[in-house]
Structure formats: C-alpha cells, structure tokens
Design a protein. Structure first.
Length: 323
C-alpha cells in the first residue's frame, strides 16, 4: 500500500531522536486502569525520557471528549477506544490517523448466564447493549449470528438487570464487568468477540494529520517507548500500578491484578500479529478488515474516507518490540 506520508521525510524523522525533554501530551480514554498499564509503566520507568520526551499523561473519563481536546491543541495524540471509532471520527470531519494499536484484540465481550455456551445461543435472549454498540460490534453480531434489534434493551453500565434476569445477556469489557459479576458470586459465560472474528483493534495511538507532519520524530519516540512500557509492565507491573493508583485512587490492587491476568491470558496485547511483529503493530490486512466491516455495515462512506487516510504502519513496522 502506498505510504501515507513521504517515505523520505518520515524516514529522516524516525532516524533522529526527539529533542531532550521535548514536551508531549497524551490523553487517555478513561480513568487510569490496568488496560493503560503500558503507558503508565513507560512514564514510571523513565522510558519516555530515555527516548527524549517529557510526557504528560492526561486522564480521560465519562465526561471528557479527548478528540475535542486534541483538536483544540491541548493534546498531541489520544488513546482511541478502537480503530473503527477513529475511522468514523475521520468521516465526521476530524482528520485523525491511527499510528499504533496496543490492543491486538478489542476487549468487547458478551456476558451471558452459564447455560449459554456460544454466541449462537443468544437467539431469543434479551441483550443489554449501550447505544454506542450500534456503531461498533452490534451490526457485526447481527450479521454473523442472525440476531435482531427486537432483542435489545438499554445497557446502563449497571450489572443488576443482568443478575436479576436469567434470560438476559449484556455487553462488557473483558477486564471490567466480568470481574464485577464474579465478585457477587454469579457464574457466567464470557465471550470475547475478537476471538470470534470481530476485526477491530483497540487502545490505539491516534493523532491529527498535522501532528504527524509537524512532529513525526516525537510521535515515533512516544510509540516506541510505549511498546517498551507494555513489555516491562507484564514483567513487573508495580511501577506502573503505583502511578495508576495515584491518578485513580479508587483502583484496587485486586482489580489491577484481574485486569493484567486477563490481558495476558487472552493475548490482548501480545497475541496475534504482535507475537511476531511486535507490540503495538498495525498491519494493512487488519486495518482493511476494520474498514471493510464499517463499509459493509454502512457505518462508513468510502466516498468520504479512503482506507489509506485512516492509518499508517510507518511508526510500528520496524519497532519489533517482541513480547
């Protein structure tokens, strides 16, 4: 595929280190947690400084629009919840590009009661889904498993309706809702959509076109240090966890341990292409799979956004920070 940027210009930028103490602001997509551990580990271990950056980590949350903050010039790059979300954002008029994907598997799950063993068994069940699912995994689920909108009821990010209805299943995040359900002693079946073919990447590093043109060396340094941070975090998460708990005092050691264990068990960061090509990798094939899904589901107009505008492999193809 034709490179998104001038190979000569980008090659020169990537070969030169960022200036010492060069300020770089990164905005996360939620409260500090194990799912962001590699970023916090890189900060705690001085890996960003090693690569010439003075990084400020700004924490996201439910009332924080990271993309708007980046568009206003208050962040250099942001953490995208998924690559498909960022592709849709580009169609909406914000010229964003995915430059790395630290979750090779989107952590979206469907949680059902223990009598359900497969996604095929969801027919006839009540499905508790948030509105945003209609622009992400729900069209994929409907198409692949023959499910229907008539089954859907609103998910309010409260597990109680699921607990009280044996015929219900709900959406969740691999490292979050299953932990809460387990804590109250209810047995459930947790089905990771990525393992059934849902193509999305998650926990992306996403930047504006103009940032990639003006600061490619700094972006490259940030991506490399973060990849090293994830490798370090899985070896010994204590430094990163200390910073996570500082930013988010409500985060418990038990929740952190559960999150790390699930990320490892399911190969969210280190599985797939990352096992051979390195942590944070984006491949042309996977980016195309996400794009094609959006086009086929009529969630993206190919006349408005071309695939090659949505991502670049230039910042990750030669990293090879192997698990």
């Amino acid at each position: 595929m034709k490179a998104r940027f001038s190979a000569l210009m980008l090659g020169l930028a990537l070969s030169a280190p960022a200036l010492a103490n060069d300020s770089f602001v990164f905005m996360t997509n939620w409260y500090a947690q194990a799912e962001q551990g590699g970023f916090y580990q890189a900060l705690a271990q001085g890996l960003y400084e090693k690569h010439g950056l003075d990084v400020t980590m700004r924490m996201g949350g439910p009332q924080v629009n990271a993309a708007q903050i980046m568009a206003a010039g208050q962040a250099d790059c942001i953490m995208g919840s998924s690559d498909i979300q960022m592709m849709q954002m580009r169609e909406g008029g914000l010229p964003v590009v995915n430059v790395a994907a630290f979750f090779q598997k989107d952590p979206s799950v469907i949680i059902a009661h223990e009598d359900v063993k497969r996604l095929e068994d969801l027919k006839g069940k009540t499905l508790l889904l948030a509105a945003q699912s209609s622009r992400s995994f729900w069209p994929w689920l409907k198409l692949k498993y023959g499910l229907g909108d008539e089954q859907v009821r609103p998910y309010t990010f409260n597990i109680q309706p699921f607990l009280s209805d044996r015929n219900a299943a709900q959406q969740g995040y691999l490292t979050s809702e299953p932990f809460a359900i387990q804590k109250v002693g209810v047995k459930s079946t947790v089905m990771l959509l990525a393992d059934q073919g849902f193509p999305a990447y998650s926990t992306t590093v996403t930047c504006l076109d103009k940032t990639l043109k003006a600061r490619p060396g700094q972006v490259a340094a940030f991506v490399r240090a973060t990849a090293e941070g994830w490798k370090s975090y899985f070896a010994d998460p204590a430094p990163g966890n200390a910073l996570i708990k500082k930013d988010n005092p409500n985060m418990s050691d038990e929740q952190l341990a559960y999150g790390i264990a699930k990320l490892k068990e399911m190969g969210v960061v280190t599985g797939g292409d990352a096992a051979e090509l390195g942590i944070g990798v984006i491949t042309d094939a996977r980016a195309k799979a996400s794009y094609d899904f959006l086009v086929d589901a009529k969630l993206l107009d190919p006349a408005k956004v071309k695939l090659e505008q949505t991502y670049t492999t230039e910042f990750v193809k030669d990293l090879k920070v192997l698990p």
